[in-house]
Design a protein around this ligand. Structure first.
Ligand SMILES: C[S@@+](CC[C@H](N)C(=O)[O-])C[C@H]1O[C@@H](n2cnc3c(N)ncnc32)[C@H](O)[C@@H]1O
Ligand code: SF4
Length: 480
């Protein structure tokens, strides 16, 4: 087994010398799956798809120097025949109490113009750098609230990206809005549609007024949601997603059911269930007040209702779709998750992952845009940290991302790493299969209903040894 593995790596290396996935001596050791599974459950607020955990104590040594960035990026993106693009718009009317994203404290026309210029310049740096034979497979404009900025600025962004790169035959674009903007500025939606954006996602989140007040979410006020959906339909969108959040300490299962029923009555093509992630939010202290069993009851009640309304999703998958053959997620996310297509993130704090290269833009930690804009104005890549991940970390990142859809794609894994998932994780897979937590389904290893309840323990089985060790030592101290 070890010999086969080595040969695959050599073959891969000869083909693409730069993005070599190194093995480290740490990769040879394997922990007891049961201990790791338990540590993942115990640290369920951090053991999830947002990998890696605790950068400083786990992946810090794999950072490259700034003068190595351009070569590493070029090489990593040249490996595949397509990539996806994400542009981050860090503005909102006000920050919701639960939000985990990179959102600035204020928004005004001047700041928006400066940021937009920087974003366009950053994209231009990548346009000049990336191999044009690699096609653009999907483009997400997210945030924050991208619908909040002047629509012509979204148009310019779309034009720059779609003119610079060859587009994949199934290329498509998605954008995010709040109910308030969709309800009160319908012209914007028509503009987005005219730019070729064909999917729109709106944050419904919750319908309990008490919860909305508690988290400062008045952009969902009664009256906006129905009007917003009417405007979205009138603008010509027939791919609409509604986001719903669950897992709050002061929310009960009934609240979640009411929200899902409300969403279903708005007839979206897709519904995405977001389990509250506390790390880095203003309400991080609430994380200890909610138990995994209650969170699972919320997900299961929401899921059962959606399935009964003919929305489809396998256990553990968060996006439910009513459209046959459509995952419900954007092309950008679907390709990222289901096919491990590399993704480039531009904008404040954006994340990039291409094979074994992982990067975070400036602003990821500070949520301030000055350093990001300064870097771009100096014509340098606005990267805060760029890592060339070793084998165990690259695999863990790929698998954590694929758990968004509740399954690991076996062919994609083998294609990237030159070994099968079964060769690399025999004990871990046996543990998951023997407990009835996962099962083979076509070309995937998929969560069962029972497995979806203990997803945090299962995803941890595939983490790198450094991160497993961190979880075993009690986790949380660095991240929460
Ligand atoms: C970037 S937001 C964009 C939507 C838009 N700004 C809005 O709030 O209506 C994408 C989604 O992430 C989810 N979200 C926000 N904070 C989260 C958190 N801390 N944990 C999990 N999901 C979160 C929400 O469901 C939100 O709709
Ligand atoms: S949830 Fe949406 S509107 Fe609220 S702060 Fe986050 S990105 Fe902005």
């Amino acid at each position: 087994m070890v010999i086969d593995e080595d040969i695959s790596f050599i073959k891969n290396y000869l083909k693409y010398p730069q993005p070599l996935v190194w093995a480290t001596s740490d990769d040879d050791f394997s922990f007891d799956p049961k201990a790791i599974f338990n540590a993942g459950i115990q640290n369920h607020h951090i053991a999830n798809t947002a990998y890696p955990i605790a950068h400083r104590s786990t992946i810090w040594n794999y950072r490259l120097k700034p003068d190595e960035y351009a070569d590493a990026i070029q090489a990593s993106f040249a490996v595949n025949d397509e990539f996806c693009l994400y542009a981050h718009i860090p503005f909102c009317e006000r920050r919701c109490g639960f939000c985990e994203y990179v959102v600035m404290d204020s928004h005004d026309e001047e700041t928006e113009a400066v940021y937009h210029q920087a974003l366009m310049s950053e994209l231009a740096l990548y346009v000049a750098m990336l191999d044009k034979r690699v096609k653009l497979g999907g483009f997400d404009i997210g945030g924050g609230t991208p619908a909040l900025i002047q629509p012509h600025r979204i148009g310019q962004l779309v034009e720059q990206a779609t003119k610079a790169f060859n587009l994949q035959h199934d290329f498509s674009m998605s954008i995010e809005t709040t109910p308030k903007i969709a309800a009160t500025m319908p012209d914007r939606l028509a503009n987005f549609r005219s730019f070729g954006i064909d999917r729109i996602s709106m944050g419904l989140q919750m319908v309990n007024p008490k919860l909305m007040r508690q988290y400062g979410r008045d952009i969902n006020k009664v009256g906006y949601n129905r009007k917003a959906v009417d405007s979205i339909r009138k603008a010509g969108f027939n791919r609409m997603n509604l986001d719903i959040m669950y897992g709050f300490a002061s929310q009960d299962v009934e609240d979640v059911i009411k929200t899902v029923q409300y969403a279903v009555n708005l007839s979206p093509e897709y519904v995405t269930l977001y389990r509250m992630r506390y790390k880095g939010t203003k309400i991080v202290n609430e994380s200890t007040q909610i138990h995994l069993a209650k969170v699972n009851r919320m997900y299961e009640a929401a899921s059962a209702l959606l399935l009964s309304e003919r929305y489809e999703a396998n256990p553990g998958k968060n996006t439910f779709s009513k459209v046959q053959g459509d995952s419900g997620a954007s092309a950008y996310l679907t390709k990222r998750v289901a096919h491990s297509v590399p993704y480039l993130g531009v904008g404040l704090g954006a994340q990039t992952f291409a094979n074994n290269l992982l990067a975070y833009n400036l602003g990821a930690a500070t949520k301030k845009m000055e350093r990001y804009c300064d870097a771009v104005n100096r014509q340098t890549l606005p990267i805060q940290d760029l890592y060339r991940l070793p084998l165990g970390e690259g695999m863990a990142k790929m698998i954590a991302v694929s758990f968004y859809f509740g399954e690991i794609q076996l062919n994609s894994f083998q294609k990237i790493f030159g070994v099968t998932l079964q060769q690399r994780f025999p004990k871990e897979i046996a543990f998951a299969l023997n407990h009835g937590f996962m099962q083979y389904h076509g070309d995937t290893l998929r969560l069962t209903k029972q497995g979806a309840r203990v997803f945090n323990g299962l995803v941890a089985l595939f983490y790198s040894n450094a991160v497993k060790r961190y979880l075993l030592e009690g986790g949380q101290h660095e991240t929460l």
